[in-house]
Design a protein around this ligand. Structure first.
Ligand SMILES: Cc1cc2nc3c(=O)[nH]c(=O)nc-3n(C[C@H](O)[C@H](O)[C@H](O)COP(=O)(O)OP(=O)(O)OC[C@H]3O[C@@H](n4cnc5c(N)ncnc54)[C@H](O)[C@@H]3O)c2cc1C
Ligand code: SF4
Ligand code: SF4
Ligand code: SF4
Length: 390
């Protein structure tokens, strides 16, 4: 079988998989490249050159989608249920929207770990129990190429669908459903997105971590809030016991924050500050400066909610029982602008041999290292002082 070239230059393709879903010949497959990121690959002998894959690619043919609100309507918010808020990365805004959709017999699509924490998958939640696994950020790219057909089935049955993902995944969903007669049943939500590492990076890290601890790990959390939202720590479970990760044990997140492990498209993202989603969610860093939320509430996390469309506003107006919301004047937030470090060239070739080969690339400031190492042991009040003087 002859494999042909890619549809879009590898430095820009986000891996959303819409081209695969649209191909009438089913001759596009999503395949991992040498870094473990998924890319579409055309089986040239089956292709009838209809060009549909290019027409539907959100990069080649961006949808003329003008958000109704320019600028978006901005809120700080937190879930009124403290347990649900603590289960979430920031203030639990995603959970509140999802619960409302589920209460109307709708379906939620989001990203979860599989049972062994080895892979991130796009999956559905039909009830609160299933919703649990979608909560919390997993800083790894999930494969959304199969969700389009699945969403279509639910819309066809007249069910509400809420899709939550990275901005490029949401752009794919919008492209697929642009002309769908049931698209008024579809709500979307994206995130202010720093970028995504590949599943291969995660596999190599897990392999190293299991070897380091001499046992398999489970229930990995990127943002455990035991010491508060702003002092969040990575944690995992070893033989039934939860532990916090420091230094090299936390090197997956280090490589993420140092921008070493991200997909090439993330270094010149087309979707930052140009959301096509009904909502954009993020951590509301700096919320204390507005003085609108008591400090004791900030401790457990505050969500930033940008409402981009009238459709989103209508759903948002039904969340009063679940969310405490504070209107904020639009702050002209700047794009995340993830800069590609020169060491990025060496990261994937090194981790393919073994994860520890990349340790020399992960240089972090001394104070940050100390603070992270002390997070588990120092009281929260002292950690807050340290953060201010850093
Ligand atoms: C890869 C990534 C990068 C991010 N970068 C930033 C940033 O630079 N600045 C910032 O302020 N916020 C960033 N966020 C968003 C932030 O971490 C929170 O997800 C957001 O504030 C929502 O929090 P929440 O409490 O409402 O809900 P949570 O319960 O924390 O949100 C979970 C939602 O995120 C989705 N999600 C989780 N992992 C993934 C994934 N791998 N791919 C797609 N969707 C996923 C789930 O499907 C679910 O819908 C990022 C999130 C991700 C996943
Ligand atoms: S040109 Fe048409 S047949 Fe060929 S890969 Fe693209 S969508 Fe499929
Ligand atoms: S549709 Fe998505 S996966 Fe296909 S070429 Fe465009 S960006 Fe890449
Ligand atoms: S930074 Fe841009 S390209 Fe990368 S995952 Fe986020 S939205 Fe997609």
């Amino acid at each position: 079988m002859k494999q042909s070239n890619l549809i879009f230059p590898p430095e820009s393709c986000t891996g959303c998989g819409v081209c695969t879903a649209f191909c009438p010949q089913k001759c596009i497959r999503m395949r991992p490249n040498s870094e473990g990121f998924l890319f579409p690959e055309i089986q040239a002998d089956l292709c009838v050159k209809c060009n549909l894959c290019r027409k539907k690619c959100p990069l080649i043919s961006p949808i003329d989608h003008s958000p109704v609100f320019s600028p978006p309507i901005l809120f700080a918010a937190y879930h009124k249920d403290i347990v649900r808020r603590r289960q979430s990365t920031s203030g639990g805004a995603f959970a509140a929207i999802a619960e409302e959709v589920i209460s109307k017999r709708g379906v939620v699509f989001g990203t979860a770990f599989d049972a062994a924490c080895e892979h991130v998958i796009c999956r559905t939640a039909h009830n609160e129990e299933e919703l649990f696994s979608l909560k919390n950020s997993k800083y790894i790219q999930s494969d959304s190429s199969n969700v389009y057909v699945e969403i279509e089935k639910y819309l066809h049955k007249g069910q509400i669908v809420f899709f939550s993902g990275t901005p490029c995944q949401v752009a794919g969903v919008h492209s697929y459903f642009l002309t769908n007669p049931q698209k008024n049943l579809l709500y979307t939500c994206d995130l202010i997105c720093h970028g995504v590492p590949s599943p291969l990076a995660w596999t190599q890290y897990l392999k190293w971590l299991s070897h380091h601890f001499k046992t398999g790990i489970s229930d990995f959390q990127f943002r455990n809030k035991q010491k508060g939202w702003k002092n969040s720590l990575r944690s995992c479970v070893l033989k039934g016991k939860r532990i916090f990760l420091h230094g090299k044990e936390d090197s997956f997140s280090l490589s993420f924050y140092l921008n070493l492990s991200l997909r090439e498209s993330c270094y010149h993202c087309h979707f930052d500050c140009a959301s096509k989603a009904d909502f954009t969610l993020a951590d509301f860093w700096g919320i204390e400066k507005t003085g609108c939320i008591p400090n004791k509430e900030i401790r457990d996390g505050i969500s930033r909610i940008e409402i981009n469309t009238l459709h989103g506003q209508e759903l948002f107006s039904r969340l009063n029982d679940r969310l405490e919301v504070f209107p904020i004047q639009w702050d002209n937030r700047q794009p995340v602008c993830t800069v590609r470090p020169s060491q990025r060239n060496f990261f994937y070739p090194r981790i393919k041999k073994s994860w520890e080969e990349a340790f020399p690339l992960m240089k972090i400031p001394f104070l940050t290292r100390i603070r992270t190492a002390l997070r588990e042991y120092l009281p929260e009040s002292l950690l807050n002082v340290l953060r201010r003087i850093q």
